[in-house]
Design a protein around this ligand. Sequence first.
Ligand code: F1P
Length: 338
Amino acid sequence: IYGQPKVWRDCLQALAAADLRALVQGCEPEKKEWVFVGCGTSFYLAQAAAASVTSLLGVPARAVPASEILLFPALTLPQDASRYFPILISRSGHTSEVLQVAALLQSKAVDFLAVTCDGRELEQMTPRVLKFPVVEESTVMTASFTSMVLGLQYLAAVLAGDEAFLFALRALPDHLERLLEVYGPQVEAFAKAPVEDFAFLGQGPLYAIAQETALKVMESSSSYAQFFHSLEFRHGPKSIVGPDTVVTALLSESAFDAEVAVLREMKELGSRTLAIANLATPDLRQFADLVIELDLPVPELARIIVYVVWGQLLGSYRGLAKGLNPDNPRNLSRVVTL
Ligand code: F1P
């Protein structure tokens, strides 16, 4: 987790050298709908990528779990194969459900892009491969998640010709280095409290990040963690809130006031609260138990991978505090093969 600034720098270097336009030639998102596919963390990655493509290029894009394509194909993909461009995401390139989707696409002669770190079987199944220089020993995906989101945002920004966005992405490693020094120890101390019940709230592109953050905390610390759209939390889920819960708000800039109001309400109901914001207000500092202020002078969308790092740390430190090995969670394997 602490190595992410270096891993991002390596990925940015590889992306700058790659011919990204050629990778998607003939299947640009204005011509075909991009459908991002993955399992587990790679499905949340798919959601972050779809939101990024829509925001940067102004065209619809979607994310679906690989299992949904296999089990309910008519609900997920159009009959007419010329209308969509699947992007299959898998750190290992070895997950059975993703490989089965790849085989299905091959049988229909549908072109697809593979996004991966290890490559394995997946990269053999298509000439279009975006491979990231990320070596991750842990069962739990951390740097591979952030790097692949970074890479897919980079690809979308290249296609959009958005130089300012590319410039912002290139600045992220230095910013994260600074933030890890300040907030790493604070998250470590926060994670010592014996809490078993976590809720992560986010909206827009940060909803995918809330999902991934909850998964990190579940995997790394074997705790209960849920995720919700921030304002949805009031519609029922808040009945779980009390002194044994931690509610974390991933606060956007565009919906800041509405999202802060939810977090304040949960504090008043007795929950411990953690806020991650780009710029914190005095009011937020006053009621939240921990505030992580990113202070990133980059577009809101370019910040999303920095939001997930604190949940990665929270899960790992919580797991360590419980005497667990966060790299090797119980019941999990690095790759799910059926
Ligand atoms: C995806 C994944 C992980 C999860 C677990 C099993 O793998 O579901 O998200 O943490 O370790 O694998 P991949 O298809 O991206 O390799």
